[in-house]
Design a protein around this ligand. Structure first.
Ligand SMILES: *Cc1c(COP(=O)(O)O)cnc(C)c1O
Length: 397
């Protein structure tokens, strides 16, 4: 067998391929340049145009653009009325922003475990952790696969909880024929460069609730009830600060880029599905690789492809860290999504810790995110498959 690059062999790729990457073409660049030449670099007409494009795409009434997915979650937590004394249920396998938004509002995250197949929030564990203080559930469509909303919805109705859907991974995903964005009271997206579409940095909250949309619009701009452009149009200087707010405004430069990117989203989603299909087919004959779940009625947006390893079938003493390093040496810019949130030192300081969520904590030890993004060439896909096979074969029992 070929010598691993980590042991001095020839790497599969000379040029490293990252786990995710944006696609930006000349027309995208022109759209941004046109904004630079226009009157409004921020809070101009491109913002509502971008908001409308996303709202229409997902099939919801209102969209509020902000300058990150984190800001979107913060605004959603604010609109949900989360405050001191409130508990909010959050899965352990997610980006820390999913639970930080609860803390920003003075609430308390309550972490729950995930399901062994999808690695999405486990409704049975949610039910066990509901108390009289529980106000909301943050449901994360992990890797792009929608959660079990039928179960979550019935729990939410029974216990009068709001669902905040962190769909940073799931723009364009479907659950029982409905697009993500039309499933929950509040849905948040991120437009970071590795996500489905990008605005550089950016995010958006989607809702059908007019009052919540208004609260979030105010929240993104100092709690001011009339923005500068609306005042200019009315020839008025008058505005009122009606709430505590922040500066979470997305510049028009980003919105112009995002608006252009929306036109390509469906083609990009199709390419992501294709890449995922190639991987799953290529690894099907390898017992060491646990294939991703594909529950019926769910169409993933494939933000991430997790290479999940059955560690029992690897040589004694070999763990995810060895596989991770070996894949990097072969030229794959792999990553890990995510370290369980309650494990982080800041969260430990708050009283959380390790060892309470057996499924998610075990899954964390098994996972490596391999490259998946629309601009990958067929050769790139082949290289990833070759590198994974090479490394797994070298470390199998
Ligand atoms: C990317 C991401 C966010 C938000 O990220 P920003 O970098 O603030 O745009 C939130 N939750 C999850 C699960 C994410 O992956």
């Amino acid at each position: 067998m070929e010598k691993l690059a980590i042991e001095g062999g020839k790497p599969v790729r000379e040029k490293k391929i990252n786990y995710g990457r944006q696609s930006v073409d000349e027309e995208d660049i022109l759209a941004v340049v046109n904004v630079l030449r226009s009157d409004y670099l921020t809070m101009g007409p491109t913002i509502p145009a971008f908001e409308q494009a996303v709202a229409e795409y997902v099939g919801a009434r209102h969209a509020v653009a902000v300058n990150s997915g984190t800001a979107a979650l913060h605004a959603a937590a604010h609109a949900a009325g989360i405050g001191p004394g409130d508990e909010v249920i959050v899965p352990i396998l997610t980006f820390v922003a999913s639970s930080n938004c609860v803390i920003y509002q003075g609430g308390t995250p309550v972490f729950v475990d995930v399901l062994p197949d999808t690695l999405n929030i486990d409704p049975a564990d949610v039910e066990r952790k509901i108390t009289s203080r529980t106000k909301a559930i943050v449901a994360v469509d992990y890797t792009g696969l929608p959660c079990d909303y039928q179960s979550l919805r019935s729990l939410a109705e029974k216990h009068h909880l709001l669902i905040i859907e962190d769909a940073a991974h799931a723009l364009g995903a479907r659950y029982q024929e409905r697009k993500v964005g039309s499933l929950s009271e509040l849905t948040t997206f991120s437009f970071h460069p590795v996500k489905h579409i990008t605005t550089g940095e950016g995010g958006m909250i989607i809702t059908d609730d007019k009052d919540m949309a208004t609260r979030m619009r105010n929240f993104r701009s100092q709690g001011v009830d009339l923005d500068f452009r609306a005042r200019t149009e009315k020839t008025s200087w008058f505005y009122e600060v009606v709430d505590l707010g922040y500066n979470y405004r997305l510049p028009d430069l980003g919105a112009a880029l995002g608006l252009r990117q929306m036109q390509k989203l469906d083609a990009w989603l199709a390419r992501r599905r294709e890449i995922a299909g190639c991987y799953t087919a290529a690894f099907a004959g390898m017992p060491e690789v646990i294939p991703p779940a594909s529950p019926s009625g769910c169409e993933s947006a494939w933000h991430l492809y997790l290479l999940r390893l059955d560690l029992e079938l690897l040589s004694v003493g070999v763990g995810r860290a060895d596989i991770f390093k070996a894949l990097h040496a072969e030229g794959l810019g792999v990553n890990v999504h995510y370290i369980p949130v309650p494990w982080h030192p800041y969260y430990q300081q708050l009283g959380y810790g390790k060892g309470h969520w057996p499924v998610g904590e075990r899954a964390y030890e098994q996972m490596v995110s391999i490259p998946i993004f629309p601009a990958m060439t067929n050769q790139d896909i082949e290289d990833v498959i070759t590198a994974v096979k090479k490394v797994v074969h070298a470390y199998r029992k």
